[in-house]
Design a protein around this ligand. Structure first.
Ligand SMILES: [Mn+2]
Length: 408
């Protein structure tokens, strides 16, 4: 996103911040993996939301006089080991904050703030695992005294739930890359190949377009498809079984969350097709119902009804209230900078600008069948927009697509 968007986002946050408060938002510090190695750094999403910057050890300050960004002090010898440290000019260019300083000036600045009567605003809902003073909200609250602190997390949550058009564009781009990567990985889908052939190809295609995994990729064939978050992805693809994909590429901080289910040999069995169609009908019903005023709980109740109805027709279920045997998650969640993005309440009515997933599924363990279909919906004034309309989901269309991909 461009710097004007980040300026807009910070203005929105600032408009909701309490008066006479100086608010600090930490990017966070890397987490130690083992010995002298850290996990790849992943900044506090509220910090990224307001800056577009993924640098560790940075602090965004909403000073009553204007925004200030502190970057970690440049360490040229460390740069030879771990790579580039962001400079002032680069940060200014990305986020549009003019007053960028290095951390060596932070103490002096903080002392000035503490001498004033201002309260301290902190985004408390993150980095609780970090103990370093100045590295985290917790450390800072300890340092300045908790009685002087106002938690501003809710302001970020409320703001992040409703997406700016530029954020929707970023999600759409991630979905496009995800779609292209799925088409490529289908070339690897054939009996006796392995789940990891497909997963590796998906990651390769995403990386070629500067993407990484929004969450751990799920390539779950046969019985594995009945485990909601199966991520081992190392079993053979068996002839006659289905493979359930739940995956998303993230590009420029925003990612997709898409699920598709395919017959490994290219053709659904009649039984698989019947169950698949129950899920697809539910998926379409949720899409038709998603609009302002409806809640995620409402959509989930609709899903349970639809799925139960379908399974009764197939003779798999007698009583609707037993649907929990075959459907045991919720039909959707908010999507944005996080896969399960911030959300205040599942009973809250949807509003234009929300982005949620539509992902019903059925998991028939006794038959080794797991099916999930998922897209990402933008709630509009009078309904919703499917952000992945180009993905083929009907059973005939899927079989035709697989024929084309495998030249059969
Ligand atoms: Mn999802």
């Amino acid at each position: 996103m461009n710097r004007e968007t980040y300026i807009k986002i910070r203005k929105l946050i600032r408009d909701h911040l309490p008066k006479n408060t100086t608010t600090f938002v930490f990017s966070g510090l890397p987490i130690r993996k083992s010995a002298d190695a850290d996990y790849p750094f992943h900044a506090n999403r509220n910090f990224v939301y307001a800056t577009g910057i993924e640098e560790p050890g940075a602090v965004l300050v909403f000073d009553p006089k204007g925004d200030i960004l502190f970057l970690r002090d440049v360490d040229e010898s460390q740069e030879k080991w771990v790579g580039h440290y962001m400079r002032k000019e680069e940060a200014q260019d990305i986020c549009g904050i003019k007053d960028v300083r290095y951390f060596e000036d932070f103490d002096k600045y903080l002392n000035k703030v503490l001498e004033s009567n201002n309260r301290i605003g902190l985004d408390m809902d993150h980095n609780t695992y970090q103990e370093q003073v100045y590295g985290s909200a917790i450390g800072m609250a300890d340092y300045v005294g908790i009685q002087r602190v106002t938690d501003v997390t809710e302001i970020f949550v409320r703001s992040r739930m409703v997406k700016f058009p530029e954020e929707v564009d970023a999600i759409k781009h991630a979905i496009k890359v995800t779609h292209e990567s799925i088409l490529a990985m289908l070339e690897e889908m054939k009996p006796d190949a392995n789940e990891n052939d497909m997963a590796a190809r998906f990651h390769y295609e995403g990386a070629k377009q500067s993407g990484d995994q929004m969450f751990e990729t799920i390539v779950a064939s046969g019985m594995n498809g009945t485990v909601l978050h199966y991520i081992k992805n190392d079993e053979p693809l068996n002839d006659g079984e289905l493979v359930l994909l739940d995956l998303g590429i993230r590009v420029n901080h925003y990612g997709a969350d898409i699920s598709q289910t395919y017959p490994i040999n290219g053709t659904f069995t009649p039984r698989q097709r019947d169950i698949y169609n129950v899920v697809l009908e539910c998926f379409e019903a949720v899409k038709a119902a998603a609009r302002p005023g409806v809640s995620i709980i409402d959509l989930n109740e609709l899903s349970k009804e639809k799925l139960a109805q379908g399974l009764k027709t197939l003779g798999l279920l007698e009583r609707s209230e037993d649907i929990g045997r075959y459907y045991y998650h919720s039909v959707g969640h908010s999507l944005g900078l996080d896969t399960h993005d911030v959300w205040s309440d599942r009973a809250m009515p949807l509003e234009p600008g929300h982005v949620i997933t539509d992902e019903p599924g059925l998991y028939i363990a006794e038959e080794g069948i797991g099916i999930r279909i998922e897209t990402d919906l933008l709630i509009t004034e009078d309904g919703c927009e499917d952000l992945a309309p180009f993905i083929i989901r009907d059973a005939d269309g899927i079989e035709a697509l697989l024929k084309e991909i495998h030249n059969t």
